[in-house]
Design a protein around this ligand. Structure first.
Ligand SMILES: [Zn+2]
Length: 458
């Protein structure tokens, strides 16, 4: 069981697609700028007294605080985790059921088969009515689980509640903290402080959003070349140094953080798990049918594989890309309210595209991927920039520099390509010549990301 749980936690981590570091809780600095919300006190080695303010106790604070206990309370496994553990078992049962039906049918005498066929023919309208009623019940159940996405107002299916997913996020973040324990940068490290300031700024400037102000945000910076960052629904921010090397400046960093925070605020992991849960349950019928109808086990295995791939291509990947695009949109708005230069957003994705070209990394076509292509993300963000600039204008932010980072980047790439063409005979490839200037090789210089006092806007 412990092995199953550990595997399920790994699966949960990929669902939540987040990452973090360190133990510093921003509770006192971020979610409660005036009053410290939670003050954990060690009374002795095994008693922990948590005092929490009742005035700001939102779902998360209520969940984390007000406990007086002498030993760590045993938590029930959250529903999504139980489902992830049972998921392979359900599929195995569907396979066994389908295979048993096929074998049973094959072993039936000819006259019994004929009788059964006649019975089905005679009761076809009853069977159709039964199927319709079952479909109606499923449709009604799904309708009762519709929910409105915060900020965007999009209607989506949410089978698992936010509270349930917060419990899962707590378990997942504990697992990550164990996994990254040796790789976490100390909270005094300049890179950690830079990310923390950026998160703090994003939170402070967006505290009008309930889903932002209710979460105790924590920052963890992981020493790893992986270009990755993620935020768990419980506010645990994981940033990899590989990602810090990929952003050219603090504006890009805030846009990346805004994107990841948007996933958490919009509860995308719960939404994705809900869709996956419903699709998996419905596909049990398809799996059973495949094993009933395929004349041989090898064909049934092939049919099951084809069904899985089709499900990914038709449901999971397009839905995931849709959520990514939504996180880009909301993340840009969060960054705009935090006074970031949102024009840096499209530049970041152009940089990523060039970086992939230079490193020769094989990229899947968008329709095979869970994420939109870098080029499409850059174009979409470019279309969203005017709206984000309007939003920024209303937030008493300092004026932006006149030079548009998009134009600067385009011009830099043009000049470098020209130089590369001129030197083509010199032995250096285009990729080598472009590398130093067009793609950041080092993290942006850590500095205070808090904006200067408000002045005029552009
Ligand atoms: Zn994302």
């Amino acid at each position: 069981m412990s092995l199953l749980c550990s595997n399920a936690l790994r699966a949960a981590r990929s669902y939540l697609h987040t990452h973090l570091t360190g133990n510093l809780r921003l509770c006192k600095q971020v979610c409660c700028p005036v009053q410290r919300l939670c003050s954990p006190r060690r009374v002795n080695s095994n008693i922990c007294l948590m005092l929490c303010s009742k005035t700001r106790a939102g779902p998360v604070l209520a969940h984390r605080g007000r406990h007086l206990h002498t030993t760590a309370p045993k938590r029930a496994l959250p529903a999504p985790l139980v489902w992830m553990v049972l998921k392979p078992l359900q599929k195995l049962l569907a396979v066994l059921l389908g295979r048993s039906i096929r074998k049973w049918w094959a072993a039936l005498p000819h006259d019994r088969r004929l009788l059964l066929r006649r019975w089905v023919q005679g009761h076809r309208w009853h069977l159709a009515a039964g199927g319709s009623v079952a479909s109606l019940i499923v449709a009604l159940l799904l309708l009762t689980h519709l929910d409105e996405s915060p900020l965007t107002g999009r209607v989506r299916l949410l089978v698992f509640s936010r509270e349930t997913y917060l419990e899962l996020a707590d378990l997942t973040s504990e697992a990550y903290m164990e996994e990254f324990a040796e790789l976490l940068l100390p909270v005094t490290h300049p890179l950690h402080q830079m990310v923390e300031q950026a998160v703090q700024l994003l939170v402070q400037r967006n505290k009008d959003i309930l889903e932002v102000s209710q979460v105790p945000w924590s920052v963890h910076v992981v020493e790893s070349p992986e270009v990755n960052a993620f935020v768990l629904p419980n506010g645990e921010v994981f940033m990899f140094t590989g990602m810090l090397k990929s952003v050219a400046d603090v504006d890009q960093l805030m846009i990346v953080l805004g994107h990841e925070m948007a996933h958490a605020i919009l509860q995308h992991s719960a939404e994705q798990a809900s869709l996956s849960h419903v699709v998996d349950l419905l596909s049990l019928l398809v799996v059973t049918a495949i094993w009933v109808l395929c004349p041989a086990d090898s064909l049934a295995v092939l049919g099951g594989w084809a069904k899985d791939k089709l499900t990914e291509l038709i449901f999971n990947h397009p839905y995931s890309r849709k959520l990514e695009a939504e996180a880009d949109q909301v993340g840009l708005q969060l960054a705009a309210k935090a006074c970031a230069d949102v024009r840096a957003g499209p530049v970041f994705w152009q940089q990523m595209e060039i970086k992939d070209q230079l490193t020769g990394e094989l990229k899947l076509p968008e329709w095979l991927s869970t994420h939109p292509s870098h080029r499409n993300r850059s174009s979409q963000m470019d279309r969203l920039v005017p709206q984000a600039l309007e939003l920024r204008k209303g937030c008493e932010c300092p004026a932006l520099p006149l030079a548009d980072p998009r134009a600067v980047f385009t011009e830099t790439v043009r000049v470098l390509l020209e130089k590369a063409k001129q030197r083509e005979g010199g032995g250096l490839g285009v990729a080598q010549q472009l590398q130093p200037a067009s793609v950041p090789a080092e993290p942006p210089a850590p500095h205070n990301v808090l904006p200067p006092p408000a002045g005029g806007d552009q």
